[in-house]
Design a protein. Structure first.
Length: 206
């Protein structure tokens, strides 16, 4: 029989990676182009700080962490139940015919694989929700940033990661964070990220 812990380990590791790499994933998200600007001044924006320090961006990370914690707790509960069931099955082995025991063991292994697949799917779903929430975030802040650029009389807004050196006066990150918070708040009432089937009972190994 496969050890339940070993079968669920991949889901747990994937979940941990999801939580640990959340902020780093923001580096791959790009603001949509603001259009071809006329000649003019240049402003600089730190996209990472905008995502991490706005109410909207912080909500995305908070919901991801909450859903991930719920999934981790669910995995631990399932693992404990499967381990207990495996021990009970092992104790029955001396009292059973080999063929009968093999049938029970195979059924147990099949259920473990099914549960692992379901939990892995939930982790992938959280990743998809996180990606979609980030995409929505960057799409919704574009009008706010465009207003900021126009108000400053500038023509170009650059990601600070692509700028080697700039004067502090051209960095509008703080102003952008304040403007985004005022315009969008935390992004609305509907959940951005939630554990799939959170309102339902988790898979029952029994």
């Amino acid at each position: 029989m496969h050890r339940p812990f070993a079968l669920l380990r991949a889901a747990a590791l994937g979940l941990a990676a999801l939580c640990m790499t959340g902020p780093a994933l923001a580096q791959d998200a790009q603001l949509p182009r603001l259009g071809a600007p006329p000649a003019g001044g240049i402003l600089v924006l730190n996209q990472d700080r905008v995502l991490q320090q706005t109410q909207f961006g912080q909500r995305i990370q908070t919901e991801l962490e909450a859903a991930s914690s719920s999934l981790a707790a669910e995995n631990r509960r399932i693992e404990a139940q499967l381990t207990e069931e495996e021990l009970e099955l092992t104790e029955l082995r001396p009292t059973m015919e080999p063929s009968a025991f093999r049938t029970l063991a195979d059924e147990f292994d099949e259920r473990v694989r099914g549960i692992r697949a379901a939990q892995d799917a939930k982790a992938r779903n959280l990743q998809s929700q996180f990606d979609a929430a980030q995409q929505r975030f960057f799409e919704e802040i574009v009008p706010v940033l465009l207003d900021l650029v126009q108000a400053r009389g500038a023509a170009v807004l650059l990601d600070s990661r692509s700028v080697l050196l700039s004067a502090g006066s051209v960095d509008v990150t703080d102003a952008a964070i304040a403007a985004i918070d005022e315009a969008l708040g935390n992004g609305g009432d509907e959940p951005l990220i939630s554990l799939p089937g959170q309102d339902e009972a988790p898979p029952d190994p029994d």
